[in-house]
Ligand binder design. Structure first.
Ligand SMILES: [Ca+2]
Length: 150
């Protein structure tokens, strides 16, 4: 079930807007994860959270702009995509698809400094897939190093 509501503005119909404080399991750091998900010896910890929305465009009534915002340590990682109205927003752009992760904000900030090998604002899980193109921006999709053979 989806609860719908209309904004008074005729140009825009906003039908999904939510805040996720809890999400699917999968919050543990993995071997090929962003360094900010390693919380060992970190004092500045925060949980990530996400919002999502979709809006009809005044210019093209057949399209919806789907927007996902992931809030990490005061920053916002944003993904958006225009889709056909009949399809609705894909699951990958809904807040429920984004796991809540515990983030070391000091390491998150360090990633944005010059010389860092991975900037979370560009690639939040450091899997080499930029956030805009990553359907799972907080879950590494590809290992950075080859897995040893058995
Ligand atoms: Ca990525």
């Amino acid at each position: 079930m989806r609860s719908d509501w209309q904004v008074g503005c005729s140009a825009l119909l906003l039908w999904v807007s939510a805040i996720a404080w809890a999400g699917p399991p999968g919050g543990a750091a993995t071997a090929h994860d962003g360094p900010w998900f390693n919380t060992k010896n970190c004092k500045n910890l925060e949980k990530s959270w996400a919002t999502s929305s979709g809006a009809y465009s005044r210019d093209d009534s057949t399209k919806i702009t789907c927007d996902l915002q992931i809030h990490i340590c005061g920053d916002v990682v944003e993904r958006s995509q225009d889709v056909d109205k009949s399809q609705g927003c894909p699951a990958s752009l809904k807040y429920k698809s984004v796991p809540v992760r515990v983030v070391c904000c000091d390491k998150w900030r360090n990633g944005q400094t010059a010389g860092s090998q991975c900037n979370g604002m560009v690639d939040a899980d450091c899997d080499g897939i930029p956030n805009q193109d990553d359907d799972e921006p907080l879950t590494p999709s590809q290992p950075k190093a080859a897995t040893p053979a058995h």
